[in-house]
Ligand binder design. Sequence first.
Ligand code: BDP
Length: 599
Amino acid sequence: MLRPQSTATRELLNLDGLWNFKVDFNGEGFNQNWAAKPLDTKLQAPVPASYNDIFTDTAIRNHVGWVFYQRSVRVPRGFAGERINVRIDSATHEGIVFVNGKEVARHVGGYMPFSADITDHVKAGEAFNLTIAVNNVLTNETIPPGRVVTGDNGVKTQTYLHDFYNYAGLARSIWLYSVPAVNVQDVTVTTGFDGSTGKVGYQVVTSTSADVRVTLIDEDGKDVASATGASGELAVANVKLWQPGAAYLYQLKVEALVGGQVADEYSVNVGVRTVEVRGNQFLINNEPFYFTGFGMHEDHVVKGKGHDNSFLVNDFELLKWVGANSFRTSHYPYAEEVMDYADRHGIVIIDETAAVGLNQNFAGMFGGPKLPTFGPETGNEKTQANLLQAVRELIQRDKNHPSVVLWSITNESETGIPEAVDFFKPAFDLARELDPTRPVTYINVMTEPFAKCLVAPLADVICLNRYWGWYEDHSDLDNASKHFEAELKGWTEKYPSVPFIVTEYGADTIAGAHSIHNLPWSEEYQSSYLEMSNSVFDKFPGVVGEHVWNFADFQTKPGIFRVLGNKKGAFTRDRQPKAAAHTLRARWSTLNNRKPSGK
Ligand code: BDP
């Protein structure tokens, strides 16, 4: 499903703003058909935003179940004669869309867009009632998984085995858009180069049979190559490559033609670059690339996971300031605005599904009974089918982004048992089948070391989350350093021709806490912890990247022992630097995408 855009043949209306909002505390919204009439409520909720931190009522914040958003929408007169669609950039975690009370779309998976053709239900120039019901429930079959528990007092609580808070609602934009009856439905672009000649492969799917014309346009607006036909390859003389830190974007204009007339036009940004794993190196444009940056979160005060362009630009400014060349979309796909911005600004992305918390070994720490991770009550066939769907949707949505260099299937799942291979192998296979151009990884947890983990052989790159000096060897950086080095030695000897990225290492730190004794939680300890870890990475040529956990402090779930959130940020939640940010900046700003050894 292509992202809506405004072109010569397509119109686009943004539906963000204040929507009427009602929480379905008693589970009666569907029976009473709330979507068919004006919502009986005084509450209004902003879109895009998670609703949890907007209101002062704790019952709303803690609600488990459905909420209803509603507004009136007038279809622009210019949409007459076109196909009219509504698009929800995300509804966390399940959304049902109603037009004048009639269901038109339904989608499970909180971080992915979905849309509906509503042409038969609305009229250009007339208003209609748009209702979106959103459910925040996670079960053992959703991605990510969770479990609803009813307490002795009858109150439902959502539990889950990941630490970030389960923000819910309409956290991304909602759109009304028109497309012509004959339209471009999908575009897939692949790129390469041979000397100074760029190659742009393309494949176009149209709604009905139509002729296809494609034109590649450079940043000066000049046509540099064109072709006809639904698939083919364009040659680009004197190609300007998309490079980390120095992005260059061409635009591929795709036209669907009927009888020689343009029926539809759609454009895709194209960055010409290659990605390859060769031995224990990760190559971008045939050059070894060293990842510096963070695991991040979509997380801000008041808005929760709500997308906001001011926060977006500021976060990328800080990435640049600190010398980060990359980040991971931990632990779910981010808003498409983020992906576009990374394309435009040359930031490299490890793109992750929302498969986090498939690990019952966390049950003790996070609360809840310890069950097997894979079994009828937990990760079962339906969970696996939903994981495959998550991989399919992620690659479909993000396949054309030059910033994306690596797909991540899952974060910190249990991987040391044979059931894990049965569960995850189809996801690796599917990712490779859908996108043969990018390597595939998974994120290994500390409790599944090299002698135990059975999923590592499936991966092109092995990503490690390690907390030596925090969860292990807490406050003892000498021992932490020895153990970290021994562990990396073990991994790199076992997998000598696989690159490794340390995708998490971090220490909780209270901004403003100081200690001349280097005590944990102080800014000094966080800096020394990072310096210790970095000096270990520098000993291993096979370690091709370091992503600190986390970019910024973030909100966590109730019931896990954290002081008002996870404090491992290099920046505070309001994006002020801790001492660690300066430490990282000193190291990263001189690296120029290479290891400190320069290789
Ligand atoms: C890892 C998780 C991450 C947590 C982090 C931590 O991947 O989501 O926030 O540890 O404990 O287990 O800070």
